[in-house]
Design a protein. Structure first.
Length: 387
C-alpha cells in the first residue's frame, strides 16, 4: 500500500490537528473527498484513525441523476431495473435515475493509493479509538489505545453500542458470487433489484443481480433477520438459484463477497456525547428499511464539508415520518417476514419503480406517500402501529 502510515512518537502525540476523523471507512473517505474542493483544504492538518483494514470485498450500489461526483469510480450502470416475485415479474426504465455500482476494491484503491497521497496534510494511523473528551469549547481529545490526539473538530463513524440494543433490530446479511459464464447469459442493460422467486419459507430473502456484461455478473443472496445464518444456507441458495438461472450453463466463480448491515429503529443524533460530529452509519445515513447508504453518505459529506468551512454545526436533515415508515416495515419483517415479501410484491406491481426509488431516498411528498400507501395492504401496517 502506498498510503501514509505514520510511526508516531511522543512529539507528534502532542500535535494539534485541525480535523480528526475516527474511522477510515466509506463515510470518512467521502468526507475527505468533499472537503478537498475548498482552497483552504491543503492548509488543514488532518488525522484519520482506523482500527483495522477495511473490507474491500464489497459492492456499493445507489441511484442518481446525471453524472455522479464519483463517476470515475463507477464500475457499471443500468437504466432498467427488474423485480421478480413468485407469480409476478416486471422490468422498467428508471429515468430520471441511473442505478450504479462501485466496487470496494476500486473505491479504497483510489482513496488510499491515489487521492490521499496527493495531500501530505492527511495522515492515517492504525489505532483504536477508546473515547473522546471535550477539553474546551474549541478543542477535543481523542483517546486511543496507543496515543492521545488533540483536534479542533472531530468527526466519528463509530456506532454507539446502544444502537445494537435497539428493541427493533435486525441484520441485512448477504453472500455474493462474481461469476463468469462460457455462454452469453445476462442482459447487461437490466439489473435485478429483488428476486423473491426462490424465497425460503417464513423468511424475507431475495437474490440481487448486477450483470457487468453478457457473461459476467454479481449474484448475491440477501436476507433480513435478527440472526446471521450459517454459511451452508447462503451456499445452498446461491447454488440453487444459479443452477436455475443459468439453466445448466457452465460458469466459474471469480470472487466472493460477504457482509452484514445493521438495521434498527434508533434515534440517531448529529453530534456524539462529547460534541464530535457523527458521520455514516453513526449518523443514521444507512436507510433502516433497505440498507442503502452510499448516496445518503455522499450528500451528507457534501453538507458537512460546506458547514465546516462556514464554521457551522450540522443541521438535522432527516424527515421523521420516514423513520416511522421504516419502523413499521422493520417490525413486519421481524414478526411476519412472509407478509413483508407480499408487501414488496404489491409495491412493485402497483407503483412505478422510479417512484419507489424516490420514496426510498426520502424525496417524495406527503401526497405521493399517501398514494403509495393507499395501494398497499393496510392491515399489516395498522397492526404494527398499535403493537
Amino acid at each position: 500500500m502506498l498510503f501514509h502510515f505514520a510511526i508516531f512518537d511522543l512529539a507528534l502525540e502532542k500535535e494539534k490537528f485541525d480535523i480528526i476523523i475516527c474511522g477510515g471507512g466509506c463515510s470518512s473517505m467521502l468526507l475527505l473527498f468533499n472537503l478537498q474542493f475548498n482552497p483552504k483544504f491543503k492548509t488543514l492538518k488532518i488525522l484519520v484513525i482506523e482500527k483495522e483494514e477495511q473490507n474491500k470485498q464489497k459492492t456499493w450500489c445507489f441511484w442518481h441523476k446525471g453524472n455522479h461526483p464519483l463517476q470515475h469510480l463507477i464500475t457499471s450502470s443500468w437504466n432498467n431495473i427488474e423485480f421478480a416475485a413468485e407469480n409476478y415479474k416486471t422490468s422498467q426504465a428508471i429515468q430520471p435515475y441511473t442505478y450504479s455500482s462501485i466496487k470496494g476494491t476500486d473505491f479504497f484503491h483510489y482513496f488510499l493509493n491515489q487521492f490521499i497521497p496527493q495531500f501530505p496534510n492527511i495522515i492515517i494511523v492504525r489505532d483504536e479509538v477508546l473515547g473522546i473528551e471535550k477539553k474546551s469549547t474549541q478543542l477535543s481529545k481523542v483517546i486511543c489505545k496507543n496515543h492521545h490526539y488533540i483536534s479542533s473538530v472531530v468527526y466519528s463513524s463509530i456506532i454507539e453500542k446502544e444502537f445494537h440494543e435497539a428493541p427493533i433490530f435486525l441484520w441485512q446479511h448477504f453472500k455474493g458470487w462474481h461469476i463468469k459464464t462460457e455462454e452469453k447469459i445476462f442482459d447487461e442493460t437490466i439489473m435485478t433489484i429483488m428476486d423473491f422467486s426462490n424465497c425460503l419459507p417464513n423468511s424475507f430473502d431475495f437474490v440481487y443481480i448486477l450483470p457487468y456484461s453478457s457473461n459476467e455478473a454479481l449474484i448475491e443472496f440477501t436476507a433480513f433477520s435478527s440472526e446471521i445464518w450459517d454459511e451452508s444456507v447462503y451456499l445452498s441458495q446461491l447454488e440453487k438459484y444459479v443452477s436455475n438461472k443459468l439453466n445448466g450453463a457452465k460458469y466459474q466463480i471469480d470472487s466472493m463477497e460477504r457482509g452484514k448491515i445493521p438495521m434498527a429503529h434508533y434515534h440517531h443524533n448529529s453530534l456524539g456525547r462529547s460534541g464530535e460530529i457523527l458521520i455514516g452509519g453513526a449518523a443514521g445515513k444507512i436507510k433502516a428499511s433497505s440498507g442503502y447508504g452510499f448516496e445518503k453518505m455522499q450528500l451528507d459529506a457534501a453538507r458537512l464539508a460546506s458547514n465546516y468551512y462556514a464554521n457551522k454545526l450540522p443541521e438535522k436533515t432527516d424527515k421523521q415520518r420516514f423513520k416511522f415508515y421504516d419502523k413499521l416495515l422493520l417490525k413486519i419483517i421481524l414478526q411476519k417476514p412472509e407478509e413483508a415479501v407480499a408487501i414488496f410484491g404489491k409495491l412493485f406491481k402497483r407503483i412505478p419503480i422510479p417512484m419507489i426509488l424516490k420514496f426510498l431516498y426520502e424525496e417524495t411528498t406527503i401526497y405521493e406517500e399517501a398514494v403509495i400507501f393507499k395501494k398497499l395492504p393496510a392491515i399489516p401496517f395498522i397492526k404494527r402501529i398499535f403493537n
